[in-house]
Write a protein that binds this ligand. Structure first.
Ligand code: CMP
Length: 142
């Protein structure tokens, strides 16, 4: 029996869109067995960024995180595949690029723990919440 098909939310962050890395990052997802079934480029508002990262609002880095996430365009994406949440986390690498494995997106492209090129949902429950935050069901086409 194969792994269950899942969907997860990915965000290509402003440090990566600024350096025109969307295609290279998308190749990592596709080469890793994930299919991009929804995708759009957006300029987040302050309110949207604060709401999206609400779970981190008591953290000392919250203000800087929100400021960074509105500093330029992002690409929000729905990735689909077997064990998509875990598969995407493996492809991204550790949050801090200093700890990321060779070949991961963050090892190759991230500039710092803040400007770490991509966000990915950390659980299936959060994936559902985060996908609903950005996408209507009609915008996801497998
Ligand atoms: P992300 O997966 O988008 O979720 C929260 C983000 O906060 C995280 O990636 C990091 O980019 C950012 N961040 C900034 N500073 C820190 C920190 N000290 N610890 C954890 N996350 C941080």
């Amino acid at each position: 029996m194969g792994a269950a098909k899942e969907r997860t939310l990915s965000i290509i962050k402003p440090d990566a869109t600024r350096r025109n890395l969307t295609g290279k990052i998308n190749s990592k997802f596709e080469d890793g067995g994930l299919k991009i079934v929804g995708q759009k480029r957006l300029q987040l508002t302050q309110t949207q960024a604060e709401k999206f990262y609400e779970v981190h609002k008591e953290r000392p880095f919250f203000g800087d995180l929100v400021k960074f996430m509105v500093s330029g365009p992002v690409v929000v994406q729905v990735l689909e595949g077997p064990d998509a949440v875990a598969a995407n986390r493996k492809i991204m690498g550790a949050t801090n690029p200093a700890n990321a494995d060779a070949g991961t997106i963050r090892k190759e492209f991230a500039e710092s723990i803040e400007a770490n090129s991509v966000h990915g949902s950390d659980s299936l429950d959060n994936a559902k919440r985060e996908i609903n935050f950005f996408f209507a069901e009609t915008e996801i086409v497998a």
